[in-house]
Design a protein around this ligand. Structure first.
Ligand SMILES: *Cc1c(COP(=O)(O)O)cnc(C)c1O
Length: 381
């Protein structure tokens, strides 16, 4: 079988390229000619299928060992399509620390339409067991949460969910198929914000779904085509290009993250560092060791109580103050004031997100330069 690193670079099979071009062309065509009325055509209309998009969808399916891939215009569009598998009265268990945009979709859009949700700490399998009702149709969670990098077990959650005839949906944006393949561990559907590591260059938004079974693929295809939030061919090409270097980028993200963690652990301005492998006695570490090849390139750290996170991030010169993650350039944000600002402060503190917490998406720059930048900013607080 072709190995993963080869699939990254060479996966997907362009099947209508007659020129010898090594890349799939960007097919800028919203519609396709029928040779004659009633002909059985492979492509007819872009929303239903486009060769450039098909290619990247096939690559993703191969990388995840899934049945079929689907590319959307954003991670949220992919999540919307996945959660559209359910109908009023269905109950879904969701992780209590999932992406803010997903909470917004759940609370402001899906709940008013009659789908029921319970929030659970999916690291706590007992709490998960207790959350099932006869109506529970799915468990939806993130393998590594944001910004505290808590790890949930795809294996254990899949086992429990399947005992209750519920499907398992995993947002694996933080790890990518290079570090973990949730479908191999028991999940039924894996999705990504490909805006992050899969795209990898902060130059587009995209979402990916990969399904395990043909039955599920057919349902997701109908939703993708019906709802219509497809990835455009230009973006599909950028995503293909990003994916080709996922292995190299992810390896460097991890090397840089580890160097920065070493530096932060020695700093007298830092209270605590959050990354799944820092505490070798933690559940996070045990799960990552068992189910993934690495913990990725995002870490968080707390400044010691009373130190000013705003002053710190405003003092950074190389590392960019911006939301998002998984990019070539290092990005820093203060969750309490940026990504998690909408959550009322008492709830935020209960979740463990202090005002002093800083999240860093470690980029591909020279680690020495990143550390020098952190160092000069620490000296200003
Ligand atoms: C960014 C993100 C999303 C949303 O993806 P968009 O591409 O921004 O729509 C979903 N889940 C996680 C974990 C994310 O980081």
């Amino acid at each position: 079988m072709t190995k993963f690193n080869t699939l990254l670079v060479r996966g997907g099979k362009p099947d209508d390229n007659h020129t010898g071009a090594v890349n799939v062309p960007i097919y800028n065509s919203s519609t396709y000619r029928y040779p004659k009325l009633g002909s059985d055509v492979r492509w007819d209309y872009e929303r239903s299928g486009n060769p450039t998009r098909d290619n990247v969808e096939n690559v993703c399916a191969e990388l995840e060992n899934g049945d079929r891939g689907f590319a959307f215009s954003s991670g949220m569009a992919a999540i919307h399509a996945a959660l559209s598998l359910f109908k009023p009265g269905d109950h879904i268990i969701i992780g209590d620390n999932i992406y803010g945009g997903t909470f917004r979709l759940v609370n402001d859009f899906l709940k008013p339409r009659g789908i029921k949700f319970s929030e659970v700490d999916t690291q706590n399998i007992q709490a998960l067991e207790e959350a099932f009702t006869p109506e529970t149709k799915a468990v939806y969670f993130e393998t590594v949460t944001n910004p505290l990098l808590k790890v949930s077990s795809v294996k254990q959650i899949s086992k429990v969910a399947h005992e209750h005839d519920a499907m398992v949906i995993v947002d694996n944006t933080f790890l990518t198929p290079y570090l973990q393949k949730p479908l191999d561990l028991g999940a039924d559907l894996v999705l990504h914000s490909a805006t992050k590591y899969l795209g990898g260059h902060s130059d587009m938004t995209a979402g990916i779904i990969v399904t395990r079974t043909k039955e599920l693929s057919d349902k997701v295809y109908t939703l993708q085509n019906s709802i219509g939030a497809i990835l455009a061919p230009q973006e599909a090409n950028l995503l293909r290009r990003g994916i080709q270097t996922l292995n190299l980028r992810m390896d460097r993200h991890i090397v840089n993250a580890k160097k920065i963690i070493k530096y932060l652990e020695r700093s007298d301005k830092v209270g605590r560092v959050y990354y799944p492998t820092v505490d070798k006695n933690s559940i996070d570490y045990a799960i990552i060791k068992d189910e993934a090849r690495g913990a990725g390139g995002v870490l968080s750290f707390e400044l010691k109580d009373g130190l000013d996170a705003a002053k710190f991030v405003n003092s950074l010169q190389l590392i960019i103050l911006a939301v998002s993650l998984g990019a070539a350039e290092s990005l820093v944000e203060v969750p309490a004031f940026m990504s998690h600002f909408e959550i009322p402060k008492p709830d935020r503190l209960a979740m463990g997100i202090k005002d002093e917490l800083i999240r860093l998406s470690v980029g591909l720059e020279d680690a020495d330069d990143l550390i020098a930048d952190l160092d000069q900013a620490f000296k200003k607080i």
